[in-house]
Ligand binder design. Sequence first.
Ligand code: 0PR
Length: 383
Amino acid sequence: MFPRKGASGEEVLEELERKTEEDLTFDSGRILGSMCTYPHPLAVEVVRRYIDRNLGDPGLHVGSQRVEKEAVDMLSNLLGLERGYGHIVSGGTEANILAVRAFRNLADVEKPELILPESAHFSFLKASEMLGVKLVWAKLKEDYSVDVRDVESKITDRTIGIVGIAGTTGLGVVDDIPSLSDLAIEHGLPLHVDAAFGGFVIPFAKELGYDIPDFDFRLKGVKSITIDPHKMGMVPIPAGGIIFREKKYLEAISILAPYLAGGRIWQATITGTRPGASALAVWAMIKHLGFEGYKEVVREAMELSRWFAGELKKIPGVYLIREPVLNIVSFGSERLEELEERLKNRGWGISAHRGYVRIVMMPHVKREHLEEFLRDLGEIAAG
Ligand code: 0PR
């Protein structure tokens, strides 16, 4: 019911406190299956200060728009591009939709088709439905990366582009993006890389010596990349990123907004009014942590995932789905549903996929939380 009379701020806050009591919080250490984490305090401060900035009307907030461009430039740079074109958006879903939209608009074919791995995130289903693009699924190999030969066999004259994934949602697997890039170039098709999760992991993990395929704009077939600061970037929700190699992709999805403060503005994002604070928080975090800072975050997460995978192997009745590539470890069991149920009953925030449970070593996940989880898992698996 819409209240006729308002309550005091204090009362409202108290009521909210009660209503959200059941929410799991990141600092409890119980959330093990999420790709989000507690945001960095500096990013929270930036959002608080600049909460009123609207990038939907950049003529009003000229400085914030410039900061967004700088954030896009820094992300492009991280991904191997001197200058990129894109936006800080609401998340990986919007970023993926924008990429598919750009490919479709530029291809201009009837009954457009997009080839993507069976492991792709469900955001592509939304893109497909909204944009009228048929999804053509490519098989996975035994190691759960996409079978590039199967991708090739599915190319037709209706194909508008190919998708590869750098950090799959369920297992954190990185597809063979170099081969996909070669294939894309050979057939004159654009390749989109969904690095929503991996974008803030792979560049740092590679420098730490982990053997992970190349995935970014250094591969010439790659025309767009999704990279989400609200996942491993430690920026508050909502903060996604879409970067295009060339301006034409952004232009292909730009709609004219003729009456705004800045005059005739071209808008490429799906959202109109959108939070400038998010873009500023992305900028602030990159400036604050720098490459070295993120590398340390990733170092801890990667080491923890290797250790955790080793410990899982010691528990009878539970098996690793595959050796971890990034900081995601997934395990299966003959009695998976029962295990999931009982772990959830013990207050663990886990993510149950078809056939396995996914644990994501986000910055809020510490060794002591995992030790406690392993004890519970061991008990449940034994009983
Ligand atoms: N691409 C990939 C590879 C993803 O894993 C995700 C989200 C997206 C795109 C879409 O990103 P947005 O959700 O930002 O639009 N993957 C997570 C998942 O489905 C999203 C998530 C995050 C789920 C936190 C739960 C959670 O607690 O698992």
